[in-house]
Design a binder for this molecule. Structure first.
Ligand SMILES: C[S@@+](CC[C@H](N)C(=O)[O-])C[C@H]1O[C@@H](n2cnc3c(N)ncnc32)[C@H](O)[C@@H]1O
Length: 269
């Protein structure tokens, strides 16, 4: 029988030795999951013990995190995004906080009843957050990966949110007023943390020598077809994406920065 503190301490040793970024947070999330309690309960429920199947599950999760460097979100099978908890696994990118900027921009800017396509929807994070926060919008989520779309569809059904799901390369067929997209934007050959490089789908990450192939193709196909577009991109891509959008005919183009101060989302109308 082990106390919560002892279990966390031994997990910390393994996680620190393996070089993970947030060892204490990860250990707490995994232990809370193994025990079936909230993270706060680890500190307020003094009689919690780590034993039997919960202890074995915790050891297994810590091993997968420390040795295989599996992302915590895949180990838990869920990730928070805006007001939603999404199911995630290795078929989809783990939704990132930066992508909440795209949702914020669309929620603020789009007219009542607008038809909006989330291109490269992955887990459905952006499409589902839009449907949740702006039920008046008509939202379509599309992805080149049928496997990703199965995750998005399951999330939509579980959350009871109305989104149309379409497998498509680039924008889905049909007429839209707006496009939002967090497409892959890593340059091929760029070195990534093991959590990302080993476990997240390559189709969700890499996009040609400068990371802009997917964005370039989407801008070319959206020009003249939609009045408003918001694109997430790499911190070094701001100037290139603004030039692409201006060159394709959008008169008003601006870039928003993420919480780290990096250029992250460019919006054109
Ligand atoms: C960076 S992930 C983003 C997933 C999700 N939008 C999010 O923010 O969590 C990019 C997604 O785009 C999809 N994708 C890649 N190339 C695509 C293309 N040409 N057309 C449509 N989707 C594409 C990938 O399968 C992946 O799900």
């Amino acid at each position: 029988m082990t106390t919560v503190r002892d279990a966390l301490d031994s997990a910390l040793v393994a996680l620190i030795a393996s070089g993970v970024d947030s060892p204490r947070l990860d250990a707490e999330l995994l232990l809370a999951d193994a025990l079936g309690v909230d993270r706060a309960a680890l500190y307020v429920e003094g009689d919690l013990r780590v034993e039997g199947p919960a202890a074995r599950r915790f050891q297994g999760l810590v091993r997968r995190r420390a040795v295989a460097r599996e992302p915590v979100a895949y180990l838990l099978g869920r990730q928070g995004f805006r007001r939603l908890e999404l199911g995630v696994d290795a078929r989809v990118l783990v939704p990132r906080p930066e992508s909440e900027l795209l949702v914020e921009a669309a929620v603020t800017a789009l007219a009542r009843g607008a038809r909006v396509a989330d291109v490269g929807t992955g887990s459905g994070a952006i499409a589902l957050a839009l449907a949740d926060e702006r039920p008046d919008l008509r939202v379509t989520g599309s992805d080149l990966s049928g496997e990703a779309l199965a995750v998005a569809r399951a999330n939509g059904e579980r959350l009871g949110l109305a989104v149309e799901w379409v497998v498509a390369d680039g924008p889905p067929p049909g007429r839209f007023d707006a496009v939002v997209a967090n497409l892959p934007y890593i340059a091929s050959g760029e070195r990534l943390a093991p959590e990302i490089a080993r476990h997240e789908p390559a189709l969700a990450l890499y996009s040609g020598p400068d990371g802009l192939d997917a964005i370039r193709a989407l801008v070319a196909r959206s020009a003249g077809a939609v009045a408003w577009i918001a694109l997430e991109h790499g911190s070094e891509h701001g100037a290139a994406v603004r030039a692409l959008l201006r060159g394709a005919g959008w008169p008003r183009v601006r870039t928003e920065r993420d919480l780290a101060g990096s250029e992250r989302v460019t919006i054109a109308c």
